[in-house]
Design a protein around this ligand. Sequence first.
Ligand code: BTN
Length: 247
Amino acid sequence: MKFITLDEVDSTNAEAKRLAEAGQRGPLWVRANYQTAGRGRRGREWVSVSGNLYCSGLYPHNGSANDAAKMSFIAALAVAETLQTYIPEAKVNLKWPNDVLVEGKKISGILLEGGPDWFVVGIGVNLTSHPQDTELSATHMLDHIEPSLLSGPEPIMSGPDAVLAILASRFNFWRDMFLDNGFAPIREAWLNGAHNIPGPVTVRLSNETFSGDALGLDENGALRVRLESGTIRDVHAGDVFFGSQGA
Ligand code: BTN
């Protein structure tokens, strides 16, 4: 696996896309200590102070756009497993479509972008700090590590490079699983980590908000929601709030 480390860049996703447009297909990972124009989902900004992990994987892709979209579930699983190696006692959960929560707070963000025969999976993980005043409350990894463990003979956390090494290897594991066995094992593992499903949910789309019961994922990763009327709606994109949050 090839790793490119930069001190500062506009966005690791933008950098990985430039590499793709210049003919590279990866697999490779770009990591930067600091991003000047970190991007989030739906045109939002991703605040990028140094100390946290900002990285993007570039991979070849010869499947459908639907298959590329499934890579964000793979990334979320890889992030959750990576966090669990550092903070095994903490409650790590997955929130549709691709957020990772620690003790109910957002710790990571995933932004998937694609070309005709490649995709870039951008991953931010809060390690040493998290932004304030976010819509969903946030946290960072260091906050869940016992201070006494940080000064022992074996360092429990050794910076974003070490975290990326584990993350990239878990991403490759689940991507290989997908290439060999399809989405079913990914869907099952993801649902195991998503403890709010089944459960009440409010979905906010660009032009409407509705509530119902989240039942699970369809075979493409859409969130299956049963409305009060009994109608089932498959949600392909949107913001999801559990319980009465965001209603
Ligand atoms: C979200 O809105 O939750 C997704 C945030 C994705 C942020 C990561 S940080 C590394 C990569 N580079 C970017 O500009 N964005 C992604």
